[in-house]
Every structure is written in structure tokens, then in C-alpha cells.
Design a protein around this ligand. Structure first.
Ligand code: OAD
Length: 236
């Protein structure tokens, strides 16, 4: 741990990639693993534009259920440690696949939410977006301006990433000295390839995850455990 702590402390440019695991200790369910959301549901039956076109009510019921679950969750010490290290680094970017908003709630600001934000709703008709934290009484919800169907402001399988967040992430991978990969199974592209991109350029790659993942083999250091416990030590 000491060498990795030194790499983090001494670097000027730090990038962190997070996934659902960093919110697990806050009570947000992960997608994969024994308790994962996808254990019971096939992702393709819910998180795709095709599923939404076919049955928007069913897709919305799932999102409303997740929104309810996440609404009661608060950031854990892993989120807080990431917000604190950001304040110390001249060059920093937190790239997250999470849509739960807990990094922002913890105080992170240099943040690229590459899979969107579950609290944003967007009209499929007029394209208007707004933040809405409350439940919708009727599902699927409709746009107050044009009557079009509203959709969650998240990225579904087969959709492009939000360009601004994705470009910021890719630019950071071309210059960071250290990349920490925490709480992601590293199987969903393009984030699954980020560690290899940084590594090829000579960045140090550090993984924090209770389990082995496809990126473990290229990491300079791996820490097996919970991010809520290990990130405060690694970044402290
Ligand atoms: P996954 O659910 O695939 O993976 C969660 C990872 O977190 C696993 O590798 C676990 O071992 C690890 N983990 C569990 N508890 C942890 C803890 N306390 N501390 C640290 N790690 C822990 O989640 P993601 O990799 O984020 O995309 O999934 C990527 C994408 O797949 C999601 O953004 C979502 C999903 O389909 C879309 O919906 C587009």
C-alpha cells in the first residue's frame, strides 16, 4: 500500500474511474455479482432503446424503483475521500459509470458522468431536460411542454456516451500519471478499456475491488477490499 500511496501523493495529474461498487456500501445495488440487479433481469430487456420503445411503462417502473432506492442513500467514506483528493490535485478527473449522483453529493466537482444521471429526465419529443428527484404519479411520464414521452437521462446499451463527459475522460487518459480503477467489474465498454489506454502510455494503474476483474492483470497495484475502507487509506 505504501508505494501506491506515494504514487497518488506525488502525482500532479490523477484520474479515477469508478463503478457501482463504490456505491455498494451506501446501499445502492450493483449490477453484477451475487446481489446484482442483473441477476434477476436481463439487461437487454430493460436498459436499451428497443426495450423502451416496446414497453416504456415497464422500463420506467424499473427506473422508478431504482430512483426510490437511491433517494435514501448517502455518500460513504470512499466518495468523501475522492472529493477530498480532488481539492489537492492541480489536474484531476473523476470518471464515473454511476448514475446515482453520490459523487456530486459528496462534493466531487471535476466529474465526468459517462453513463448519465438517473435524476435527469429528457423528453424524447422536444429534447428538453430537467432534474426531477420526485416520483412520477403516472408511468410513463409525459413532457409538460409537448406531451412527448419522458425518458431517464441515462445511457442505455447501444447508445453513444454523452460527448462532453466522454471526451473529457479520453483527454484525461492521455495525460494522467496515475489511474485508480475502483468498484467496477470492467466489462462494459468503453470504460472497460480505459485502464489499458492509460497503462500503454506509462501511467500507474491501481485497482480497488474485492474481486479480480479483467483489468487486474495490467495493474501496478491491486487492493482487494471495499472502496469505502480502502480509498480513504490509499488517498489519505
Ligand atoms: P458492476 O455491478 O458490473 O460491478 C461492480 C463491481 O464492484 C464488481 O467488480 C464488484 O466486485 C465490485 N464491488 C462490490 N462491492 C464493492 C465495494 N464495497 N467496494 C468496491 N468494489 C465493490 O458495476 P459497473 O462495473 O459499474 O451501465 O457496471 C458497468 C455498467 O454496467 C453500469 O454503469 C451499467 C451496467 O450495465 C449501463 O446501464 C449503461
Amino acid at each position: 500500500m505504501n508505494a501506491a500511496r506515494r504514487w497518488v501523493r506525488e502525482c500532479r495529474s490523477l484520474c479515477v474511474l469508478t463503478g457501482a461498487g463504490v456505491s455498494a456500501e451506501s446501499g445502492v445495488p450493483t449490477f453484477r455479482g451475487p446481489e446484482g440487479l442483473w441477476k434477476r433481469r436481463d439487461p437487454m430487456s430493460l436498459a436499451t432503446p428497443e426495450a423502451f420503445a416496446e414497453d416504456p411503462k415497464e422500463v420506467w417502473e424499473w427506473y422508478q424503483w431504482r430512483r426510490r432506492k437511491i433517494r435514501g442513500c448517502v455518500p460513504n467514506p470512499g466518495h468523501s475521500a475522492l472529493a477530498a483528493v480532488e481539492r489537492e490535485k492541480p489536474d484531476f478527473l473523476l470518471v464515473t459509470q454511476n448514475v446515482d449522483g453520490l459523487h456530486r453529493a459528496a462534493g466531487s466537482r471535476r466529474l465526468a458522468e459517462i453513463h448519465g444521471d438517473i435524476w435527469v429526465v429528457r423528453c424524447t419529443g422536444c429534447g428538453r431536460e430537467r432534474t426531477e428527484r420526485d416520483d412520477f404519479e403516472t408511468l410513463p411520464p409525459r413532457c409538460g411542454s409537448c406531451g412527448g414521452l419522458l425518458r431517464p437521462g441515462v445511457v442505455w446499451f447501444g447508445e453513444p456516451l454523452p460527448p462532453e463527459a466522454s471526451e473529457a475522460a479520453v483527454r484525461m487518459l492521455t495525460r494522467c500519471e496515475v489511474l485508480i480503477v475502483a468498484g467496477t467489474s470492467a466489462v462494459v465498454a468503453p470504460a472497460s478499456g480505459y485502464a489499458a489506454v492509460a497503462k500503454r502510455r506509462g501511467a500507474r494503474v491501481i485497482e480497488v475491488n474485492p474481486d479480480e476483474t479483467p483489468v487486474t492483470g495490467i495493474c501496478d497495484a491491486t487492493f482487494r477490499g471495499k472502496s469505502g475502507e480502502l480509498l480513504p487509506v490509499l488517498l489519505g
